[in-house]
Design a protein around this ligand. Structure first.
Ligand code: 9WN
Length: 441
């Protein structure tokens, strides 16, 4: 158990990480490997910062919103003009001059899990000056609604209740085995031309393979070839998946938007209908009866499929499953053969008894703080406070004993990937602040 002094130390060290990664109005995810501004990273970073610096947290969100495309899309990267060492950079994306792209910042042309509206609500909740914070909600609300509308109109949520993604990077979970099946169905049409730089700075054994990067780069070239035209890509993109984690986060953000709308006095019935439709679709179309968990839907193959990862439980985070389903999902999460190693640290990103499990490789086994944080939220949404606190405690222990790494070996706790990783720091702060324990120490 980490005591109150260790928690205070963690907060101070986390603030130092965030200060070191501060680019002025945006925060990079890590010093060398991720030198630009990422979509869901910045949203999560703003949550952590809002506990101690409300104006800076709001600035983080504003700078992110500057990247929004005219069709509502929030790109997954806003490029930092002073940093060059990242593949794929702005030239490879080639979005400059596209009709929908913003003119004054350079961005990628795909999105990421839409946690932004939820983050904005959290920033508001952590504010002491509620009047000013409500003005910030009113300022950002139209852009946030447009982002949600983009998923409805361009990404299929209006029709199916579920948004589809066109690239594994949009999932936020890059090389998770969740994408192995749909990727294996793709015939690469040409050899993409690119140079990896991530493995210059990091151990290649902890990163995706070259074969995976071929798929990633091919898909970027494909999307660019079709000029970022959503209609064409819906018809032709060889990767078209409705992921359960992504859609659960979409639902969470719709819930947040409804709440924001109520705070600032906007009508919310349309948003409520969107949320109900998405929730229902997750509970029907993504429910995998055989495994008694949630799967992803591959639109190209026209089938639901499943992979042994904790993301099968992700609808918990938006209070989507019935209590009966939730209880079953929580049994999976706490199973010492699957996701709760004893000894060790929950929650490995692939089930430990699965053939895909590798404790050191990126999204194929290590613990990621974002997944723990989301499932802590899920446990709380289903009234499992004590278990949420236990997971919080283990997560804080992992960070304070090993540092602010990007991901961690679930058995030893050894830090992996990038060091001084921003969301590990900001979510660490958030977990300390929300921990039940801190309030009684
Ligand atoms: C591609 C920045 C991002 C995270 C993603 C994580 C990783 C990028 C990469 O880093 O993805 O977007 O280069 O591997 O998978 O979740 O947002 O931290």
């Amino acid at each position: 158990m980490i005591d109150s002094q260790a928690r205070q130390r963690l907060i101070r060290a986390a603030q130092a990480v965030l200060a070191a990664n501060d680019l002025g109005n945006a925060t990079r995810p890590a010093p060398r490997v991720y030198p630009h501004q990422w979509n869901w990273d910045s949203a999560l970073i703003a949550i952590g910062i809002s506990h101690y610096d409300q104006p800076r947290a709001q600035t983080e969100i504003r700078s992110l919103l500057k990247g929004q495309w005219r069709n509502g899309m929030m790109p997954h990267i806003i490029f930092n003009p002073e940093a060059g060492d990242y593949h794929p950079g702005p030239d490879y994306w080639g979005t400059a001059g596209r009709t929908d792209a913003p003119v004054d910042v350079q961005t990628s042309g795909i999105t990421q899990p839409p946690i932004l509206a939820y983050a904005v609500l959290q920033v508001y909740r952590n504010a002491t000056d509620k009047k000013q914070a409500a003005a910030f909600l009113a300022e950002t609300y139209p852009a946030l609604v447009n982002y949600a509308r983009y998923f409805r109109e361009q990404r299929g949520a209006e029709k199916d209740g579920l948004a589809h993604i066109i690239h594994p990077w949009e999932s936020g979970l890059d090389n998770s085995p969740r994408w192995d099946l749909p990727l294996s169905r793709i015939k690469i049409g040409w050899q993409p031309e690119y140079q990896r730089v991530d493995t210059n700075a990091l151990d290649g054994n902890q990163r995706p393979t070259n074969e995976e990067y071929d798929y990633y780069s091919y898909l970027v070239e494909f999307i660019r070839k079709y000029n970022y035209d959503e209609g064409e890509l819906r018809e032709l993109c060889p990767f078209l998946v409705q992921p359960v984690l992504f859609n659960s986060i979409f639902c969470l953000s719709l819930q947040a938007l409804i709440e924001i709308g109520k705070i600032i006095g906007e009508p919310t019935s349309e948003l409520a209908a969107w949320e109900a439709k998405s929730r229902e679709a997750i509970n029907t179309r993504l429910w995998d009866k055989q495994n008694q968990t949630y799967g992803d839907f591959d639109l190209r193959a026209g089938e639901l499929y499943n992979t042994a990862t904790p993301m099968v439980c992700s609808p918990l985070l938006a209070g989507i499953p019935s209590q009966q389903r939730a209880n079953r999902l929580i049994e999976f999460l706490t199973d010492p053969n699957l996701y709760w190693p004893q000894p060790g640290y929950p929650l490995p990103t692939v089930a430990m008894n699965d053939t895909n499990f590798n404790p050191d490789k990126y999204w194929r086994g290590p613990v990621w703080i974002i997944i723990n944080w989301l499932l802590i939220l899920g446990l709380k949404s289903h009234g499992r406070e004590a278990l949420a606190e236990k997971l919080t405690e283990k997560t804080l222990e992992l960070i304070s004993e090993n540092g602010f790494y990007e991901y961690f070996n679930p058995f030893t706790g050894a830090g992996l990937g990038a060091q001084q990783f921003s969301w590990t720091a900001s979510l660490g702060i958030d977990l300390v602040k929300k921990s039940v324990l801190i309030s009684i120490i």
